[in-house]
Write a protein that binds this ligand. Structure first.
Ligand SMILES: C[S@@+](CC[C@H](N)C(=O)[O-])C[C@H]1O[C@@H](n2cnc3c(N)ncnc32)[C@H](O)[C@@H]1O
Length: 221
């Protein structure tokens, strides 16, 4: 068997694809791979993950293109969604705050989004979303809170109960019960609507993938 592709070769390929397409996120990913990054970045950038984030960004552009304040992304992992939100010219987002409980995520997210860190439009935070004070030290209330990791929480209604009433929310979950880290999967879109109990519902939809279906809600807590 011939050798597997090296990090240096993958770095070169990504730089070539960035030059070919002119896509700034690919250039940022190439830079990240060149610096060295943990292997699950490949999962965060896999086609299903990107398709679900593409669906999110396209829907947000229709439903809430100009949130009234910073966008907090919870369970944000390596900051891929933040990069996509800040790259989309249909959206007007003053700042993305990318929050994850895993302390290894923030440095990766800030490296991927280094251009936006430099301009003050991106910051990564290590915290438990179950114990958040959205007022924060700067006292700026979010214009939108996004959680695409609802399936990872033990108690989604308890998390929602801790948020300010009326807060704009975008939530994703799925029915992928075979994944051991998934603790709050829902079997249907209707079950997700019941679990979330939003006071206003602006969008509800389902995106089928090969092994599971992803659900998305946009509305107010
Ligand atoms: C596998 S990832 C992302 C999956 C998600 N479906 C998506 O589309 O991005 C789930 C992330 O949620 C984070 N997470 C889980 N519980 C959390 C909590 N209580 N507070 C903050 N982040 C949390 C994990 O550390 C992990 O990075």
């Amino acid at each position: 068997m011939t050798d597997e592709i090296s990090r240096e070769a993958l770095h070169d390929i990504l730089r070539g694809v960035a030059a070919l397409t002119g896509d700034a996120i690919v250039a940022d990913l190439a830079r990240l791979v060149g610096k060295g990054v943990r292997a699950d970045i490949s999962v965060a950038f896999n086609p299903k993950q990107i398709a679900s984030k593409r669906w999110l960004v396209d829907t947000l552009a229709e439903i809430l293109p100009r949130p009234d304040g910073p966008v907090w992304v919870l369970g944000a992992w390596h900051g891929v969604l933040g990069a996509m939100l800040l790259a989309d010219t249909r959206l007007s987002i003053p700042q993305v705050v990318s929050l994850d409980i895993d302390p290894d995520c923030a440095p990766v997210a800030e490296t991927l989004n280094h251009r936006h860190v430099a301009s003050g439009r991106f910051r990564a935070v290590t915290a438990d979303m179950m114990a958040l004070d959205f007022a924060g030290p700067d006292g700026v209330r979010p214009g939108l809170v996004i959680n695409t990791s609802c399936e990872h929480l033990a108690d989604v209604p308890a998390w929602l109960a801790g948020l300010p009433a009326g807060l704009p929310l975008l939530l994703q979950s799925n029915d992928y019960v075979r994944e051991p880290d998934h603790r709050s999967c829902v079997p249907t879109l209707a079950a997700f609507e019941t679990q979330a109990g939003l006071s206003e519902l602006w969008f509800a939809g389902a995106l089928p993938a090969r092994n599971y279906t992803r659900f998305m809600l946009i509305g107010r807590r």
